[in-house]
Design a protein around this ligand. Structure first.
Ligand code: GDP
Ligand code: ZN
Length: 315
């Protein structure tokens, strides 16, 4: 039988078959997927092949194959073991909730999120939440930011999880897809999910409130079916994604507006910093590329974002 992994405890996996029935499954043998070594071979979102076995009055499934993944998110353990934990796989859309203040979401944080999504082939959408609280000036800032990111190809929606404004547009993007919500604590993830599906009670909020530095309990994601034909992956404690293991030469490829111009740089290995005849710096001077984006690029290039290297997407 074929199915999708909805929940994992590390030793047991809840799998939903294509017929819509849930099975408790175990893994048979050892799995090594795509050459990565991880603490958990099977992750939420994985498409698996399993066999149902009946022993007495007990029915269990045995997973013997994992289909190739479109993408996956991993978390690297920060302690000495440096182990990799796959949080979730096969994500269709990653939404980032952005608020101007209360709490502030800086463009560098947005950019890190987008770069990682690019690097690992996950579609990213920016949701500018709490528009009901903004004054004229702040609304202009949202408009500016949304235009900046739309220009380089990212979908942006101004929403209010509280009043419900544009929540229907978010639901349209979620239709028939697997979604994941990220954002700083307090940006409104739980409020939004509650507006989307009032009966769903996610872990996101409570864990991010308890979040303490240094605490390193393994967190397991869980997939939920929503009433309108969509799935959501609940990933406790994950607020953003850092940039991990992207080579300096590769970094510019994950900025779409850099990527489309780099063939005009004099050097084909141009890092767009001190090189002469750099198309990126020219575009910057001509205000075709935003300074905030270039600033994020330099920060990541110079490795000033060590603190963020915990949660990542990986293809
Ligand atoms: P989370 O930590 O990302 O899950 O954020 P919460 O959903 O817990 O929201 C944090 C606070 O912001 C709560 O007090 C919410 O009521 C409030 N909030 C969330 N979305 C909105 C919104 O669109 N407008 C307003 N005014 N408040 C919001
Ligand atoms: Zn260049």
């Amino acid at each position: 039988m074929k199915g999708t992994v909805y929940k994992s405890t590390g030793s047991w996996y809840t799998v939903k078959s294509q017929q819509g029935d849930f099975y408790q499954c175990r893994i048979k043998g050892k799995f090594r997927i795509g050459g990565i070594k991880s603490t958990n071979p099977v992750a939420v979102g994985d498409q698996v092949v399993f066999k149902v076995e009946t022993k007495g009055d007990e029915t269990i499934g045995v997973i013997h194959k994992i289909e190739p993944r479109d993408n996956y998110i991993i978390r690297k353990s920060v302690n000495l073991s440096k182990q990799t934990h796959i949080i979730a796989a096969n994500i269709d859309v990653a939404f980032l909730l952005v608020t101007l203040n209360n709490p502030p979401t800086f463009t560098t944080f947005i950019d890190r999120f987008l770069i990682t999504a690019e690097a690992y082939h996950v579609k990213a959408v920016l949701l500018f939440n709490k528009v009901d609280t903004y004054n004229k000036e702040e609304l202009l800032e949202v408009k500016y930011l949304a235009a900046l990111y739309r220009d380089i190809g990212y979908e942006c929606i101004g929403i209010s999880a509280k009043t419900g404004k544009n929540v229907d547009k978010v639901k349209v993007l979620m239709q028939d897809k697997v979604s994941l919500f990220s954002g700083h604590s307090g940006t409104g993830k739980s409020t939004l999910v509650n507006a989307i599906e009032p009966t769903l009670d996610l872990k996101t909020a409570e864990i991010s409130q308890q979040h303490q530095q240094g605490q390193h309990t393994t967190t397991f994601a869980e997939m939920h079916d929503l009433s309108f034909g969509a799935q959501i992956i609940d990933t406790p404690g994950i607020r953003g994604f850092g940039v991990v293991e992207i080579d300096k030469e590769e970094l510019g490829d994950y900025f779409p507006e850099f990527f489309e111009r780099k063939q005009d740089c004099k050097f084909n290995n141009c890092l767009h910093v001190n090189e002469p005849q750099c198309a990126i710096k020219e575009a910057l001077e001509n205000q075709e590329i935003a300074w905030s984006r270039y600033k994020s690029y330099l920060q990541i290039l110079e490795g000033e974002d060590e603190g963020y290297r915990k949660d990542i997407y990986k293809k």
